[in-house]
Structures are given as C-alpha cells and as structure tokens.
Ligand binder design. Sequence first.
Ligand SMILES: [Zn+2]
Length: 313
Amino acid sequence: MVGRGEPVGYLIRHCREWVDRLISEFEPTSLQQLLETVTAKLGLLIEVIDQDADLASLVSRYLAVGEGGFARVRDDFAERTFALVLRLRKPHNGCAHVAVIDCRGSKASRKWFSIWHEIAHLLVEPQLTLDYRRTGDAHDEVERVMDAIAGELAFHPRWFDLGLGEGGRPALRAFEALRLREAPTASLQAAYLTLVTRLRTPALLLIAELALKESERRSVEGGLPAMPLLRAVFAIGSPTWVQEGLYIPKTMRVPERSVIFRVHGGAWGEEHLAAEEDLDWWESQGKRLRSMPLWVEAASVGQRVVALITPRT
Ligand SMILES: [Zn+2]
C-alpha cells in the first residue's frame, strides 16, 4: 500500500527509474513495445473488455481453470469501475497477475491510461500482497497517485515529445500524428495535454464546447432557462505560457470571430482552420484580456473544438 503522505514525487521517480532501466536493457522502439516489455517483466496479463460478451467469456474462461476470484469480476464491472487487477492462484505462462480493462462505451477513451494505471498499482504495491484491486472513479488518494504515475509512464517522453526547439511552432497535426503513431488508444485530451506541458515554447491547449457558466448552471437548477454557449471548458498551458502569466479563464465565452467558433459545427471543409487573432478578443462582462497577437489553430472533434494557441511574434 501507499503510505499516507508518502511523497508522490518519490513514487513517480521510483517508477520512472524502474522503467528507464528496462528501456536501457531491452531497448523497445515504441511505446507499444515498452508496454509489452513492462507487462512481461511484471508478469502481468492484460485482458480488454470491448463488449458485454467479452466479459462473460473472460469470467467463464478463468473460472474453468480454477480461478475463483473471477466470480466477482462481473458484479464489480456493473458499477462504475474502469479496471481491476487480480492475482492468479496458479501463475499462467509466468504471469501472476491479470489486469482487466473495461473499454465498453465511453470507458474506451481511457483504455491506454487505464492499462498504465493498473501497471502503476503493481509497481508501487508489493506484488505478493496485491490480490485484488478495483479502480473506480472515486478519486481517493491512492488512485490519484496511480494516475500521476500512469501519466508519466503512459506517455514516456522518450517517444512522446514533439522535440521542438525554442523557435518551432507546434501544430495540431503533429500532435495527432504522434498520438496515432505511439498511443492510438489514448484519449486525445490526455495525449495532447501531455505534449503541451512538454513544449519549450509558449502554447495553450484549449477545449471548447457548448456549456453554461456556473451562475447559469445554478439558474437552471432553480428552474430558469439558460442557453449553453461555446465556452472554454479545459485549458492547459506549456510551462513558458504559464510563466508569462497568460491565461484564458475556464467557461469564458469563445469570441464569435475566432476560428474556434467557426469550426464548431461549421461548414463542411471548415473542420480545421488557423488564423491570426488577438488575446484581447476574449472578454467577459465588458472586461477584455490583455492584448497579444496570437496564432490560433482549431479543429472540430465531435461536439468539441480542440485549439492550439501560440503567441505570434
Ligand atoms: Zn486504481
């Protein structure tokens, strides 16, 4: 178990060093190969549930070979559970643990992250004591630590870095190409936010969708109508963006003249646009953000818009 107050940074470094030793020893050439190397070394089998039938056949397959612990798996997945890790009574092909990853429905977008989250459990908790652990959406302390470790390992910087120097301008196309090449089952948001936080230049990743602001949400709860508008719902800056004090507040309304607005439910052929804009286009209740020339690239992804914002010099 993770001790209370045990420094998270220490645990992340410990796991990273363990993985880096494996990289030196086995020289995997991709994140997928790294995953295979790590699971082989840990003796961990990964079982993925894509549909209900997969769960039924998995449970009966393991029960048939005397692994009674799988009897509770079906019930546990009926609740909000993303993954489980179980210790086998009889190791199979050198593997003593099985991670069952639920990828049905909306959980599919967490697949890559969920696998690494379960790996983190095995790395941190002594293997012999880990009999059964369920990962749900309850964000307790241990789960948050595992998420932090998973975030570090699932997108190992050896493969997951755009490698742009001081002068390079990042582009969404490069983000997506790297995600598809190295971690195609990772969610776009998780992959892109990792890449942005590793940029050496100022940049902001922003996700916009139709949303209510907090006061409107309360009005709706009180029975009053409110119209959702296109707003920033997620924003994370690169370290140099944050250092420069640049900031777009959450739930701020997207300016109608921005390409972010245009690509949202826009015309065919306008799913991906880029333009020169200014930070002072963003305003709330008559107050504008400070002026700064920007380069804004926006792409429509389902009901959302993903935008990459960089200062224009
Ligand atoms: Zn967990």
